[in-house]
Design a protein around this ligand. Sequence first.
Ligand code: MGD
Ligand code: MGD
Ligand code: SF4
Ligand code: MO
Length: 719
Amino acid sequence: MTQETKTVASTCWECSTHCGGHFTTQDGRVTKITPNADHPASLGAFCVKGFKGLPELTYHPDRVLHPMRRTGERGEGQWQQISWDEALDEMCDRFLKTQKEHGPLSLCGAVSNAHFSRGVSLALLMRAFGTPNWMMNQDLCGGCRALSDKLTGLTMGNGEDIDNTSCALIVGRNPSAADPTQWLAIKRAQKKGAKIITIDPARTQAAAISDLWLQPKLGTDAAIALAMINWIIVNDRYDHEMVENWCHGFDALAERAAKYSPEHASKISGVPANDIIKAAEWYSEGPSCFVSGHGIDAFSAGVQTYRAFHALVAISGNLDRVGGNRRVKKPAGFTNYIEVIHKPEFRLPLEVEEQTIGADRFPLWAGPKGWQTACHNPSVINAVLTGEPYPVRAMYVTGVNIVITYPNTQKTIEALKSLDYLCVATHMMTPTVEFADLVLPKTTGLEDEEISLEANGPCLSVVQPSHPPIGEARSDFWIAGELVKRLEERGHTEARRFFPWHTKREFNEYLLGDGSIDMETLLEASYAEYEYDLGNFARDGFKTPTGKIELYSETLSDMGLDPLPDYVPTKDAADRAETEEDFPLLLLTGAREKSYHHSRFRDQSWARKVAPDPWLQLHPETAAAYGVETDDWVTVETAGHEGSCRLKVRVTDETMENVARTGMGWWYPETVGPEHGALDVNVNAALSYDGPKDPVTGSSDIRGIPCRLIRTNQAAAAE
Ligand SMILES: Nc1nc2c(c(=O)[nH]1)N[C@H]1C(S)=C(S)[C@@H](COP(=O)(O)OP(=O)(O)OC[C@H]3O[C@@H](n4cnc5c(=O)[nH]c(N)nc54)[C@H](O)[C@@H]3O)O[C@H]1N2
Ligand SMILES: Nc1nc2c(c(=O)[nH]1)N[C@H]1C(S)=C(S)[C@@H](COP(=O)(O)OP(=O)(O)OC[C@H]3O[C@@H](n4cnc5c(=O)[nH]c(N)nc54)[C@H](O)[C@@H]3O)O[C@H]1N2
Ligand code: SF4
Ligand SMILES: [Mo]
């Protein structure tokens, strides 16, 4: 048999790192992936999720390859294969029926976010149906960072210039597990003599190689950042030029930071005062690069914590500097995905967008003035269940596994079960898909074409298909376009306004605009670099009310919120004296694992061999105090929530005393549905989504939550 072999330059799309590679296809299957060392952003980085996870997902025997309609009761697992025409007609008609019965606002979407075409397609499709309502993950991921970045005016996204830095300040980030590109860059920088500082309650691999490791109590980082700012100001190590010309509210910041002597911050955070001073001193020498992550994001004080670090970047002159944090640069003519959803021609009338669920409480997050215009998720789940502020009756979920990844699994399931209609686009039969009425088969990153702006290159990169879709899988973009076509056919001609492109290529060309980079150039190498310069603040400006970097935020002040960064204890920390007796430990969730991407790949045997169990790290002293040992199974319960979750103990001094540290995303695809372990080994079954919220993003606490452990000798369901 002749073997047809083809290699394309492409990009791995499994996580937001976006690593460049050469993908070789033999007889219709990708058989080899080689990292692309020339790729300006990833520089040869790649990981096992890309090498193994992506192809195994694509060729998995259980992959959903055809549209399917539910035949039995919801969640019973009875399906009938149907054609795409039947599926799309049904979905369009059911959405229109719900729209007629309960109004357009009763329709809602769910997707990870609008940083890529999947999110944009979903948001615009929902608008074509007349609703501004769609949920995204970002209250649980990156939202606090993004909103602080925006309010402060830095717009530095993920433009870390680690390779040229003299000091990398890694805060709440575990790059060896989460981002191989960053991890390799950190190791290269250290080899060249850069100092590495890590702030993390756990001894991650980054902490282990660091020249200085600060181990704070959970959620106290803002106090450390403010003490660093204070030390830098008092010792006159700040950038006078930057502060005088481009910062608004420096004196007010100095006054606020003055409250945070190293000793005071030490009392709050538990980090020795001398270490805080040393971190401030090293960081102030520069050029220094702030490398941050999920550990200080996605919690009820996330925006304030990020505001403190962002102020530190600004006053130390490390914004848009070689070796510092670059601002996001775009090629001329290029339109970002998030810019698309904000374009006036694709908007719903203001009075409709103002009704977006959550816009009343979190206007910078949800609705017309919101960052991505999306909803506030826990408010949507409540709306489904209570009909308040109005009923939400039908949902289209694409590219998220919300039963596993939203806190309060019990409530998410109840909400999905109570819907009149649920359609889910997917690769695999996840617990979220199990509750659907209609299932649509989705293409993978080996079958799609997608453009992305890599701020850390900076460059544009492209995913290009290695082969046509397997089975009847289709892209999210195609599905949205077909539904818009059906809306038009049913007399809703206005729908096309929200989705004027007929093919994904047409959409990609729209993003590229009439600038210097065209599709052919991009497809040839899989990336394209463009000219950029640094520090041209007079030309680029700052998109804030004062046109400067707002150390003092006029927007927050107008909203009656604290305009200056501060350390804000979470409610759980403030109430600790009351909860400590019953819930003696603090739960930390979300630690990343190399072999999994959130809830993905639990159905791949290599990954389950590498990481067979949902672990819970306990410090040896803590384990001894509670009488548990490695390999014991424990049930974890948290204050303020009735559910629980089972995890397997791993005793290690990598974690802090009195902290129970775990990952997220666990389910057992091989066990009985519809939950497949979602109420057993999934940490979100032990968390509430109704607790205190960040006042800007509406983010809930997923770390620092009082918890207790109950020993259970019952073996895991999968064992
Ligand atoms: N392999 C793999 N890689 C991934 C993902 C994945 O699922 N698997 N997911 C991707 C996504 S979407 C995201 S958002 C990123 C997230 O990746 P990261 O940003 O690295 O986030 P985490 O691993 O959740 O947490 C980082 C560190 O924060 C620490 N931390 C927890 N609480 C605190 C605190 O109060 N203060 C400080 N300073 N640190 C704290 C934790 O101990 C942890 O080591 O990873 C991306 N990369
Ligand atoms: N307790 C707790 N909860 C958390 C976190 C935490 O740290 N702790 N982390 C949060 C974070 S940072 C994040 S990002 C979220 C992640 O939450 P999710 O986005 O729900 O996580 P995934 O497991 O990646 O689920 C994506 C699903 O979509 C499918 N999929 C992938 N690509 C596509 C596509 O192109 N189209 C379609 N239709 N489907 C696709 C995948 O196969 C998978 O089933 O979880 C959040 N939840
Ligand atoms: S880090 Fe791994 S999963 Fe993420 S893009 Fe790179 S190769 Fe793919
Ligand atoms: Mo995330």
